[in-house]
Write a protein that binds this ligand. Structure first.
Ligand code: ATP
Ligand code: MG
Length: 300
């Protein structure tokens, strides 16, 4: 009898060990999080300027992270629902709108293995007004993500081109903010505003949030203007600028029309190469923050 008990306890212990090891191997642990408390790392793609590559980057960094072995959830937080439409996801019964109104739990749709999406719909455009009197209205998304974050390595939020309540919800939920910047005239206009909003959120609502970096999009090396803008971005953001630029590449504009990410549409295109490289650089940055670097060995 005692032997049976020991056998049961041993099997349970062994199973627990296997589960924990699996998690430890899979998840980077952010500095400051308790030892066994693993959560998907939440990142907002933010720029209140329209058409700078937020949605394209959310989809293709997400898909790039999947190529690199991660499990990813994309949140379409834009009432235009461009991310949802670009991946060809049909209208869901419960989109982010119903969840934010408290009518349903977050209901991720599996787009392909390891890539889930919480869809959006035009109804979301009314959400900012509807939630205006809701207590804790800046924390609704954070609460919702808390229910699913343990199921993913990374959660990417595609923000709308505004700095309203939806964007505020994204920022209070996020550990990191990634800013896509189109290398065009006026690209840097309004950047001070983004910095200001992130600083305010950090001060008042979410001490954890940090900018992970700025990515130059639609870059064409032949254009003097593009190169000048990149120089300005470097002066403004220093080493926060990702070394990988996303080149202007027609395949990136075509992929949404085929309802595909760039890796499924044309994995050999410059767009796929750039987003894979950016995903690698992104991972290295996040994991550099996640795990303390080992002290350098003394050179002899
Ligand atoms: P919005 O603010 O309206 O949500 P956005 O910032 O999400 O816009 P996208 O929708 O990603 O921007 O991109 C705007 C347009 O530019 C889209 O038609 C997209 O296909 C195209 N595009 C994005 N990145 C590239 C690129 N590197 N090369 C060519 N076209 C691109
Ligand atoms: Mg968009």
């Amino acid at each position: 009898m005692a032997l049976l008990h020991w056998h049961g306890a041993f099997s349970f212990g062994f199973l627990l060990y296997i589960c924990c090891r699996k998690r430890l191997n899979r998840r980077p642990r952010l500095r400051g999080t308790p030892f066994l408390f693993y959560m998907g790392i939440i990142v907002s793609l933010l720029n209140h300027k329209g058409g700078v590559g937020k949605t394209t980057s959310a989809i293709n960094i997400g898909a790039g992270l999947v190529e690199l072995g991660k499990k990813v959830l994309l949140i379409d937080l834009d009432p235009q629902a461009n991310l949802t439409i670009s991946l060809g996801i049909p209208r869901q019964k419960f989109s982010i709108y119903e969840s934010m109104r408290g009518e349903a739990e977050l209901t991720p749709y599996t787009h392909k293995p390891n890539l889930d999406v919480v869809t959006s719909s035009l109804d979301l455009s009314g959400a900012e007004m509807e939630l205006i009197n809701e207590a804790g209205r800046e924390f609704i998304l954070r609460e919702l993500l808390g229910q699913v974050s343990d199921d993913y390595d990374y959660i990417l939020i595609d923000c709308p081109p505004s700095l309203g309540l939806l964007t505020l919800n994204a920022l209070t939920s996020s550990r990191f903010v990634l800013i896509p910047l189109q290398t065009e005239f006026l690209a840097v206009q309004g950047l001070a505003k983004i910095k200001q909003v992130i600083d305010k959120v950090k001060f008042r609502l979410n001490k954890q949030v940090d900018m992970i970096g700025v990515v130059a999009t639609m870059f064409d090396n032949r254009r003097v203007l593009n190169r000048d803008v990149v120089d300005i971005i470097h002066k403004y953001f220093g080493d926060k600028v990702f070394k990988t630029y996303i080149r202007d590449n027609v395949a990136l504009a075509e992929a949404p029309a085929q309802r595909k990410d760039i890796f499924d549409y044309n994995p050999k295109s410059p767009g796929a190469q750039d987003y894979l490289e950016l995903s690698r650089e992104f991972l290295a940055r996040v994991e550099g923050i996640s795990t303390p670097t080992a002290p350098k060995e003394q050179e002899v």
